[in-house]
Design a protein around this ligand. Structure first.
Ligand SMILES: [Fe+2]
Ligand SMILES: [Fe+2]
Length: 136
């Protein structure tokens, strides 16, 4: 099963959409790799890539939001912090054989879709308000 990009994932900022596109690619690569290799080293490296990319993306997204003077970045950071803890926890479970590849992929797809469509979109929708032209 391939996780396809959906129009509703677009938050309206090119640099954010670009990072989200890469996330979708990464989730697909994780699915392919976890189902085709048992090599613990390769699996570990891939899980590390997921963790580091999520960490990078969250920081970058918050920095872009801060540079746009958007409100609620602190609250959004709290969501990212919780997500990163969940990801870390699930990675440990995958590596210990306590979580299946399917369950991990489902978690990633649900989390990505839910957070992007609801939280990221809400955060960045406020930038169009900030920069909206006054009615003429
Ligand atoms: Fe995001
Ligand atoms: Fe976010």
């Amino acid at each position: 099963m391939t996780f396809h990009w959906k129009k509703q994932f677009e938050v309206g900022r090119q640099e954010i959409d670009l990072q989200h596109h890469y996330f979708v690619e990464l989730i697909n690569r994780i699915e392919t790799t976890l189902s085709t290799t048992d090599d613990p080293d390769r699996r570990q490296r891939l899980m590390m890539e997921l963790y580091k990319y999520a960490e990078f993306h969250f920081l970058s997204e918050e920095n872009i939001a801060l540079s746009l003077n958007l409100p609620n970045v602190v609250q959004h950071h709290e969501l990212h912090k919780e997500l990163l803890e969940q990801i870390e926890h699930h990675i440990a479970d995958v590596m210990a054989g306590l979580m299946s590849a399917d369950a991990m992929i489902n978690f990633l797809m649900e989390w990505f879709a839910g957070h992007t469509i609801h939280e990221d979109k809400r955060l960045f929708s406020q930038s169009s308000m900030t920069h909206a032209h006054p009615p003429t």
